[in-house]
Design a protein around this ligand. Structure first.
Ligand SMILES: [Cu+2]
Length: 428
């Protein structure tokens, strides 16, 4: 019934009488509400090809990813256990943030989730392969707004671009609520590292229907590509023992940018979207997350700085878990930045040095929005160390985490690199 309603609602273009548009001093609704989805539930899945061909199955790594509403807590520990800072009330009181996230499932039934790696935080699943592979990604939209998956660094035809803009968006540009689409992305030579670069590299993927508000909602993830001449049989880089991926990004919870702004309920599409939003809200109420009410939108918008969350992987003030390694391991860090004009970040590791991009020794790496860099870190100094953005305001705003290097003599420490690689699937 829902699907029928939804299709009826979305099959006609949404026309917006100017009388329904917000006043000039009010935020615009999410731009995604103004477009007509390119795939609706009634169409089934019209994707799955690459320039009209079906990829050779032996070269395919198939992923199943749904976008789903989720209540997100930037501060699950409720405190700063690393630097001991006293936290502003706006941060400690507003804990049930409504986000949308990419969630990985085992197959096309979308019933069994693949356990998420906790170090990735708010980011979606890591999609990986070696040069020559196809990443085939079946995407199911379980949210109330049209969404997509737009990849960086891979080869695609127009239908698998996953971005909505004129004059002729591809089929995968805007997947309606309840609809699905299979993107096909080739990891060609240009997706991988040059011979002199580290043996693997990272790219971002994110939703690209209405632009930046979707990444602010949490719809972002990572693609990893390894040079096949420097890869293990499973595709992981052969000269590395452990991988980490970190996204430095200021999330905006003021309501001016990030959260979905309910569209006027004058159209059937908007009415149905409101219904789904209410369902997401109810689900949030039933979750175990703290249920402190957010401030009135007008108040938050008058003080947008109160809504800033200076996050690494969507966690703040040392609340990102699992950045752990063993002494002597060769670790690879895939570093990403996203956001807007304030998002210039300088991740800095205490206690160790890294080699950036295979060419530069440093302990600070510069990131701008949509930067995608690689740093190799030899875990040669056991201890509990600080990883933080060196931009002063970002540091005091909570953009830091702890990483741990376990010494050789710790009894029971896991010295095996098993499970140390991101986004590993069973052998293809
Ligand atoms: Cu920063």
């Amino acid at each position: 019934m829902k699907c029928l309603l939804l299709f009826a609602a979305l099959a006609t273009p949404v026309l917006w009488p100017t009388s329904l548009l917000p006043a000039a001093d009010q935020p615009l609704p999410n731009p995604a509400y103004f477009i007509q989805p390119t795939v609706t539930p009634a169409m089934g899945d019209p994707g799955g090809t690459f320039f009209g061909r079906t990829p050779e199955p032996a070269r395919v790594r198939h992923y199943y990813v749904a976008a789903e509403p989720e209540v997100w807590d930037y501060l699950p520990l409720g405190r700063d256990e690393v630097c001991g800072l006293s936290l502003p009330p706006a941060v400690t009181n507003i804990r049930d943030n409504r986000k949308l996230r990419y969630i990985q499932y085992t197959d096309a039934t979308f019933t069994t989730k693949v356990p998420a790696n906790p170090t990735l935080g708010i980011m979606g699943p890591v999609l990986r392969g070696v040069v020559g592979d196809y990443l085939v990604v079946t995407f199911l939209n379980r949210t109330a707004q049209p969404l997509s998956m737009h990849p960086h660094g891979v080869k695609y035809d127009k239908d698998s671009e996953g971005a909505y803009y004129l004059p002729a968006p591809g089929k995968g540009a805007a997947i309606a609520p309840g609809a699905r689409f299979t993107y096909v992305w080739l990891l060609d030579e240009s997706s991988g590292p040059l011979p002199g670069e580290p043996s693997s590299r990272g790219w971002l993927y994110h939703s690209h229907v209405g632009g930046d508000p979707e990444t602010n909602l949490g719809l972002v993830g990572v693609i990893l590509v390894t040079d096949p001449h420097r890869a293990r049989p499973d595709g992981t880089p052969a000269d590395v023992d452990r991988e980490f991926a970190t996204l430095f990004m200021i999330f905006d919870e003021s309501g001016a940018n990030g959260p979905v702004v309910a569209a006027p309920a004058a159209s059937p599409a908007a009415a149905f979207q409101s219904l789904l939003l209410n369902e997401a809200r109810d689900a949030a109420t039933n979750s175990t997350a703290p249920a402190a009410p957010p401030p009135a939108k007008t108040e938050a918008q008058e003080h947008p700085e109160q809504g800033q969350r200076f996050a690494i992987n969507g966690r703040i003030f040392g609340n990102l878990p699992g950045l752990e390694m063993n002494e002597g391991e060769r670790t690879r860090w895939y570093l990403f930045g996203l956001g807007s004009e304030q998002d210039f970040h300088t991740p800095h590791w205490h206690g160790v040095r890294v080699i950036e991009g295979g060419v530069r020794r440093t302990d600070v790496v510069e990131l701008l929005p949509a930067s995608m860099k690689v740093a190799d870190l030899i875990a040669d100094n056991p201890g509990s160390w600080l990883l933080h953005c060196h931009v002063a305001e970002h540091m005091t705003g909570g953009m830091f985490a702890r990483f741990v290097i376990f010494p050789h003599d710790v009894v029971g420490a896991d010295r095996s690199p098993t499970h140390a690689f991101l986004g590993m699937l069973p052998a293809r």
